[in-house]
Design a protein around this ligand. Structure first.
Ligand SMILES: Cc1ncc(COP(=O)(O)O)c(C=O)c1O
Length: 241
């Protein structure tokens, strides 16, 4: 018998031991596996599966909390802006307002780089397509490989270009949670409460691989306590609030 922390692993264990009809039962609803095994009717109906929902995400709650603010922001013309670029980070919106765009997710500031723009336009013209319509793992434009190599060198890493930051974290965080990047030893994933919201939905995927904890913003004391308690911690903090 082996027993691991995550519920899904325990369910796997039960699947090996009990008749097929009683397989889909949550372990959390009863004090122990043994009691549960005893409690199953021998030839009875399948027990309804108990599922714990909203452990890491709660979209209905999120909408309830956020909807008013989004509506206010839309009515105040602070969101849903469609803009033209008049100069680097200078924009004009559909209401004729000119403004300086300070809110940026362009950490490397490459969006307005003349050399990069020129190269991108040239390569798209050469290729006569925006991309190869396939998974990039299988087949991608040669220019993209050059771009990734050129980005890798200065950072002394293997840089991967993704369509957005969110796509990158969706791909990487579950792998990190599974321990694939740490010698197959899954770290406990500790998310700062204010880490970028686009990572929130990934917590559920990570939680199927390892323990996921959300700590108050910048709470180094709690992080320190967790580091003392757990063998391996991956701390996810993104943002500067
Ligand atoms: C971790 C992270 N994910 C996502 C985003 C949002 O960017 P994108 O629209 O490229 O996903 C940001 C931007 O600040 C970010 O820091």
């Amino acid at each position: 018998m082996f027993k691991r922390k995550s519920e899904s692993r325990i369910i796997l264990f039960l699947q090996e031991k009990i008749p097929r009809k009683t397989q889909s039962i949550s372990c959390r609803s009863l004090p122990s596996h043994r009691n549960k095994l005893k409690a199953q009717p021998q030839h009875g109906a399948v027990q309804p599966m108990k599922i714990n929902r909203n452990l890491h995400t709660n979209y209905k709650n999120m909408i309830t909390l956020a909807e008013d603010d989004w509506n206010t922001s839309q009515h105040s013309k602070l969101s849903d802006l469609n803009v033209e670029v008049t100069d680097t980070n200078h924009l004009k919106d559909q209401y004729g307002r000119y403004f300086h765009h300070f809110c940026t997710t362009s950490y490397l500031g490459l969006d307005y780089s003349p050399a990069l723009l020129e190269g991108a336009v040239r390569e798209i013209r050469n290729a006569k397509t925006l991309r190869i319509a396939n998974s990039k793992n299988r087949c991608k434009l040669n220019a993209l490989d050059h771009y990734e190599s050129a980005l890798s060198d200065p950072f002394n890493c293997h840089a991967l270009a993704t369509l957005s930051c969110s796509a990158a974290s969706s791909g990487i965080l579950p792998l990190l949670a599974a321990g694939v990047l740490t010698g197959n030893q899954a770290p406990t994933m500790v998310f700062d409460k204010h880490a970028h919201y686009s990572m929130n939905h990934i917590k559920a995927a990570c939680a199927d691989e390892t323990e996921v904890i959300t700590t108050p913003h910048n709470d180094m004391n709690q992080l320190e306590a967790l580091c003392k308690k757990h063998k391996r911690i991956a701390y996810i903090a993104d943002g500067f609030l």
